[in-house]
Design a protein around this ligand. Structure first.
Ligand code: SAM
Ligand code: SF4
Length: 476
């Protein structure tokens, strides 16, 4: 595709390149901030105010073990204050890996002859969804390569199919999407299919690196088209969007500032920031041999998550199964609020994959392929409350109306009870006896901790209904 063609695609009304690279580099080159400046930024964050790019850079400049420990402690506290002990669970569903782009890090790049290409048909999607529902999943993210055959109309048909599949008490109640950015009309079509979050990762906010890793003759080679992608989504009425960067392509500190700049830009122009931030780390992939020199080690990875937690207190942080079980367990403590579980990313993987991963059929290698039931049990043993809740999005509580955070006490009053009823459904319908025992104890402890009154009685009534009848989906 020529530059003229990519440039002729209409941007949003705010379609400017807002990544001020000179400024971001300037902030990162400043000498380490005084401890007091770091503590001031931490205090602002603990009062649940989002940080500016400059304040985030102050946190990034902290290198002494004491200050880094203070950042972790604050991130842990903020996570507890804002999210409580809930962890939201989902699973990815790869639908098609045809791709006309040539991203240097991805097995689906068009120049890769080693990967098996496949697009599931609607019947195959049904079988995948049945398998996912039979494990207890309620929330999916569907994933596509970028190809002219994956039109918004076709994607919408796939999404409607996912919602349509019902096995026993199983149903998918929320479908998020990770796909190439669209034009306004495309977003309007996909919105009609009732999607949850639309995710587009910028991959790297650093222009030169972006140019090097994305062939400029491909659609993805247009940095601004991608940067503007979620602004167009917002303008098309899709007010629930997720940003992300692929860590390991360029300096991780720069990418953190890029993510914060992006979140603030959306907040300032559309009245709602990004609903989620993702921070995948580069993984081995079939047909990919990329050494960037910017690989992020575990310590820096933990640090960047704690700093993001503090910078955007009200943004969900997602850590996927690219990471090992051990890393995921650690980062849930101080920031992460959503994880996938029981994930397989081979095309058709939920019915066809064996115990080992088939690299030639997946986009990259996963680090955690434990079954959902094991992940649920570990979460509960660790004191987390796993949630499949989808109430807000189904009641229109999204975008600038995200009530979770804007109404005092909303989480205690609505999110926790909804998490508990979705957990009860899981325990009754899908859990192993061991997981069920751990879960029933957790539910009892959570209910006991609630103040007596009408809300508690109502919750107990709904939990009993799930245990004793076929009633499901009893959200408030
Ligand atoms: N094709 C769409 C696009 O590029 O926007 C969908 C994205 S892709 C299927 C999902 C994400 O996986 C990419 O945005 C990228 O950040 C990430 N990814 C690609 N290759 C990866 C790798 N080798 N390791 C980890 N994550 C990778
Ligand atoms: Fe295609 Fe997305 Fe992979 Fe790039 S990251 S090659 S656009 S599937």
């Amino acid at each position: 595709m020529s530059d003229r063609m990519t440039q002729s695609r209409p941007l949003s009304s705010n379609g400017i390149d807002f990544i001020d690279e000179a400024n971001l580099h300037g902030l990162l080159e400043r000498p380490a901030a005084e401890p007091q400046a770091v503590r001031d930024a931490i205090a602002k964050s603990l009062s649940k105010e989002a940080l500016s790019v400059e304040e985030t850079a102050v946190l990034l400049s902290a290198t002494s073990p004491e200050l880094i420990e203070e950042i972790y402690a604050a991130a842990r506290q903020l996570k507890r204050d804002v999210y409580g002990n809930r962890i939201v669970l989902f699973a990815p569903l790869y639908i098609g890996n045809d791709c006309i782009n040539d991203c240097a890090y991805c097995a689906f790049k068009r120049s890769n002859r080693d990967v098996e290409r496949r697009t599931l048909d609607l019947a195959e999607v049904r079988r995948q969804v049945e398998a996912l529902e039979n494990k207890g999943h309620k929330r999916l993210i569907v994933v596509f390569g970028e190809h002219p055959r994956y039109t918004p109309e076709l994607m919408a048909e796939y999404i409607r199919t996912v919602y349509d599949v019902r096995v026993g008490h199983g149903e998918i109640r929320r479908v998020n999407v990770n796909a190439a950015p669209m034009d306004h009309e495309g977003y309007a079509i996909i919105k009609e299919a009732r999607i949850g979050t639309f995710q587009v990762f910028q991959e790297t906010y650093h222009h030169e690196t972006y140019r090097r890793l994305h062939d400029p003759r491909t659609p993805k080679g247009d940095y601004l088209w991608r940067l503007d992608g979620l602004s167009r989504a917002m303008e098309s009425g899709l007010d629930d969007v997720g940003i992300g960067a692929l860590f390991g392509l360029y300096d991780w500190r720069f990418e953190v500032l890029g993510l914060v700049s992006h979140a603030l830009f959306l907040q300032n122009h559309y009245g709602a920031g990004s609903h989620t931030i993702s921070f995948p780390r580069l993984r081995p992939a079939c047909g990919v041999d990329l050494k960037t020199g910017y690989e992020v080690d575990d310590d820096d990875f933990k640090r960047l998550i704690a700093i993001l937690r503090l910078a955007v207190p009200y943004t969900g942080l997602i850590c996927t199964a690219r990471e090992s079980a051990e890393i995921r367990r650690t980062v849930m403590e101080f920031g992460v609020s959503q994880i996938d579980a029981g994930s397989r990313i081979e095309l058709g993987g939920y019915t066809e994959a064996g115990d080992a991963q088939a690299m030639e059929r997946e986009q990259f290698e996963l680090g955690d392929i434990r079954p959902l039931d094991s992940v649920m049990r570990e979460l509960m043993v660790d004191g987390y409350l796993p949630s499949f809740c989808t109430a807000c999005y189904r009641l229109g509580r999204t975008g600038e109306h995200f009530m979770e955070f804007s109404i005092p006490g909303f989480i205690k009053r609505f999110c926790t009870p909804n998490a508990l009823t979705t957990l009860e459904e899981y325990l009754v319908d899908y859990a192993s006896p061991e997981t069920r025992a751990a879960g029933e104890k957790l539910i009892q402890d959570e209910v006991d901790a609630l103040p007596d009154g009408a809300d508690k009685a109502d919750l107990e009534r709904r939990l009993k209904q799930i245990r004793e009848t076929d009633s499901r989906d009893l959200y408030i």
